[in-house]
Design a protein around this ligand. Structure first.
Ligand code: SF4
Ligand code: SF4
Length: 335
């Protein structure tokens, strides 16, 4: 296993980490088996979130007695001080620990990031928790390029998490900037939310990029760990055959895959277009129907509100048939 220093945090972590979304569909005992296997393989980076329902508490139970072998990272969608302070305490309790190495602001929009930074915002709680020794370091996660770009300029940001994979390379230039600024880059969605079926190729593509500090494929089955470790261990440049396979994946997914760049906004009906497609991916590809429906329910305007004006499609750089895709999503979610 290759190890890297996670930017300003100074933490030494394995190049492959563990993404804690899929354990929602197993249980604490199954999670324990995964943790033991990861520990034996030298994987020491665990990512979870307050928003991943039972994920933190399954991990807390599964890590009893082996907590010290892992670096724990979690995150909260609270934007104000009170909510963030409360969430940090819940995470500590769920994870059965008195210290979390990395706590992240979970996927804010630009407007929400301003709220986080404002007086009484979530950042105050994070800094206080850090000073009190409850958390070690502070990071941020994003799906939108403008938030990524802004995060690079914030002095308290020690790590940035953003999607990067064969079909989502829009963050590549900013990922390179992370290295220049000594910010740890954590790659999420290495398999594009399950859309890329060839996991080995997907991880080879990511680990061949020097600027990626760690990638966090979600895993819920033991056999996935061996396969993913083998792929991440091979950091040689992609062979010509692999490059051809990458192009093949792009041509298969490229016509109907949302990169969450948000260039299509604003929507005339107020729909969070990329949000709809994100949750639709969880519904269709992650096998997490209840969770995806719960997240979708939080969207103030549903896909069915599309009035078909087409303005978004003229702005989408990938030429996605957004209206058709929203219609399909509305049918799947039933609203
Ligand atoms: S076509 Fe639908 S999704 Fe696109 S801008 Fe118009 S209302 Fe919004
Ligand atoms: S629909 Fe197109 S423009 Fe909108 S977020 Fe997705 S890829 Fe970007």
């Amino acid at each position: 296993m290759e190890y890297r220093i996670l930017g300003k945090t100074g933490l030494k972590i394995s190049r492959m980490g563990f993404g804690g979304i899929p354990i929602q569909k197993i249980d604490a005992a199954g999670t324990r088996a995964l943790m033991l296997k990861l520990r034996d393989a030298g994987v020491n980076y665990i990512d979870t979130a307050r928003g991943y329902t039972v994920s933190e508490s399954y991990l807390g139970e599964a890590l009893e007695g082996i907590r010290q072998d892992f670096v724990l990272a979690t995150k909260s969608m609270s934007r104000d001080k009170e909510g963030m302070a409360k969430d940090i305490d819940i995470s500590l309790k769920n994870l059965r620990t008195d210290y979390i190495e990395l706590y992240q602001v979970h996927n804010p929009t630009m407007a929400q990031l301003e709220q986080v930074l404002a007086p009484g915002g979530a950042l105050e709680a994070l800094l206080e928790a850090k000073a009190a020794g409850k958390i070690g370091h502070i990071g941020i996660t994003a799906h939108a390029l403008d938030v990524f770009e802004k995060a690079l300029e914030l002095p308290w940001v020690e790590t940035i998490m953003f999607p990067y994979n064969i079909v989502e390379t829009q963050g590549e230039k900013l990922i390179a900037k992370c290295k220049d600024k000594n910010i740890g880059f954590i790659d999420m969605k290495p398999l594009a939310g399950g859309a890329i079926e060839n996991a080995t190729l997907a991880l080879r593509f990511i680990c061949a990029n020097e600027n990626v500090t760690v990638t966090i494929p979600g895993m819920a089955e033991l056999h996935e760990i061996d396969q993913n470790i083998a792929a991440c261990a091979d950091t040689a440049p992609l062979t010509n055959e692999e490059k051809a396979a990458v192009n093949e994946v792009r041509s298969q997914l490229g016509t109907n895959f949302c990169r969450r760049c948000n260039y299509c906004q604003p929507c005339a009906a107020g729909i969070n277009i990329s949000g709809v497609f994100l949750f639709e991916g969880y519904l269709s590809r992650y096998g997490l129907a209840d969770w995806a429906k719960g997240r979708y329910a939080t969207l103030p305007v549903k896909a069915s509100a599309c009035i078909g004006c087409g303005a978004c499609e003229s702005r989408c750089p990938y030429g996605l048939p957004i209206r058709k895709m929203l219609k399909a999503a509305a049918e799947k979610f039933g609203e």
